[in-house]
Write a protein that binds this ligand. Structure first.
Ligand code: AMP
Length: 473
């Protein structure tokens, strides 16, 4: 058993861990904590939900304890660890965890993300914080306002790095990293090691130890996966029927677009289902409230997009619906990973319209399982006339519904998903390695590239040339 006592954590950290009720280390913790304690860079392939936050924050806090002090002077509490995440919810979630681990120490942790007033964040930063958790955009605002000073940063964590690149945050990341001291420890976590991620690692990590605990082509065996062939216009009816028939108490409902997300949530709510929407266009306050309501069980259906929901630590959701089949098969794995956690039984229901055939085939290939598309047995005939005492025409709802996905069905069929990148790293089925993968093949490969191109690893000239072609600012 991988007990935390093996780590010889400082008593103040060990006490906080014990209070969390953790019995043993998760695989990513057992592998990453000793490496981070030894001061090496890490390139970690691990999904959220694997205990990744403790895997990097506990050893970082332990290493920072030498700076711990009770002084009230802000100068004695410079930012020493910077944790970057793609979304506000994830930043909030990670900061809450770090605060819990650090609660018996004198180390301070703050979180900054957009959509919130800058003033309270500024006040907190001015008092001094050792651990700063942030989303890139808002951090840049604070850097420009000179409220975030990063010249004493010793540790950087790029968490959910693939998602940060997916949503176009590379230029922001590059700018932020340019403000940091070159001499530092950098940890990068990503669900996949795509060529882009490898390039990022090659540019900013030095001699990273590669650690991997879960492959993105695995689905939990405790999740029952059902695929139904349902035309777009009937999906909402199918969803309602399944929730009722199976007495599903709570579920995530995934859609592919913000617009579709808002519309579906509104329409389900109109039909009396306790629903809330979570997507990037909602104000920060609304998003936090939606999450809180779902966590408390005040809301039954959380309709969300992939970016908004990725990595959210909501336990024991009995079911996940793919109202839209995701454009990227990896997202299917992330989505259904929200149910069937920790050995619990879970249900994942996907509604595929006739235009989704290729997306379903992609999921088949990635998960290496044969998908049987079932016909959906509707309890009632699809209403065609007036409903709701004539106040609302079914056709009206249809019009609304047709635009629920990223685009109307006609436009949808024209959708060309981003080209699949061949990544030999993920081609073979996952086999857990008993020992941490000591940077063997991948790191060597990454390193050899790094030696020749990194801006942070000499020689610098070559690096400047590399970024000339990619830099935005
Ligand atoms: P993360 O992947 O860091 O988002 O963690 C997912 C959840 O696992 C969080 O609720 C953590 O509190 C919990 N967790 C982290 N480490 C452990 C552990 N060793 N044992 C049990 N739960 C853990």
């Amino acid at each position: 058993m991988n007990s935390f006592s093996q780590l010889q954590l400082a008593p103040h950290l060990a006490k906080a861990v014990a209070e969390m009720g953790y019995e043993s280390m998760t695989p990513i913790q057992a592998q990453a904590i000793p490496v981070v304690l030894s001061g090496q860079d890490v390139m970690g392939a691990a999904q959220t939900g694997t205990g990744k936050t403790a895997a990097f924050s506990l050893p970082l806090l332990q290493r920072m304890l030498k700076h711990e002090n009770t002084s009230t002077s802000p100068a004695r509490h410079p930012v020493r660890a910077l944790v970057l995440l793609p979304t506000r919810e994830l930043a909030d979630q990670v900061a809450q965890q770090v605060k819990m681990y650090a609660k018996y120490t004198q180390l301070r942790c703050a979180v900054v993300f957009g959509g919130m007033d800058m003033k309270p964040q500024t006040l907190e930063l001015k008092k001094g914080v050792e651990v700063l958790v942030a989303t890139p955009g808002r951090l840049l605002d604070h850097i420009e306002a000179k409220t975030a000073v990063l010249n004493q940063v010793e540790y950087v964590v790029l968490d959910e790095a693939d998602r940060m690149l997916d949503i176009g945050l590379l230029p922001d990341l590059q700018r932020i990293l340019s403000y940091l001291p070159k001499q530092r420890t950098t940890l990068l976590f990503s669900a996949t090691f795509s060529p882009e991620i490898k390039r990022l690692a090659a540019s900013y990590l030095q001699n990273p130890v590669t650690i991997e605990v879960a492959r993105p082509n695995q689905t939990a065996s405790t999740v029952t996966q059902l695929f139904y062939s349902v035309p777009d216009d009937d999906k909402r009816r199918a969803l309602k029927q399944m929730v009722k028939q199976r007495s599903i108490s709570q579920a995530f409902v995934f859609v592919n677009s913000k617009l579709g997300c808002a519309r579906l949530a509104r329409s389900l709510e109109r039909e009396g289902l306790k629903t809330t929407a979570l997507h990037g266009d909602k104000s920060q306050d609304e998003r936090l409230k939606a999450l809180e309501a779902f966590k408390k069980g005040e809301v039954d259906l959380l309709v969300c997009t992939d970016v908004a929901a990725r990595g959210l630590d909501i336990k024991d959701v009995p079911a996940v619906f793919n109202f839209d089949i995701p454009y990227n098969a990896e997202d299917y794995i992330h989505r259904i990973g929200r149910t069937g956690r920790a050995g619990a039984e879970g249900l994942a229901v996907s509604f595929a319209s006739p235009t989704d055939t290729r997306l379903v085939t992609d999921i088949e290939k990635l998960t290496k399982q044969k998908i049987e598309l079932l016909g959906f047995d509707f309890e009632d005939e699809r209403p065609t006339g007036r409903i709701n005492n004539g106040r609302r025409h079914w056709k009206d709802d249809d019009a609304d519904h047709d635009t629920m996905s990223d685009a109307k069905p006609a436009a949808r069929s024209r959708f060309v998903p981003p080209p699949k990148v061949h990544d030999p790293f993920f081609d073979k089925p996952y086999e857990a390695s008993a020992e941490p993968v000591k940077s063997a093949a991948v790191s060597e490969q990454v390193l050899s590239t790094a030696r020749s191109i990194s801006p942070n690893i000499k020689p610098k000239r070559t690096v400047a040339a590399l970024f000339k072609t990619t830099a935005i600012d």
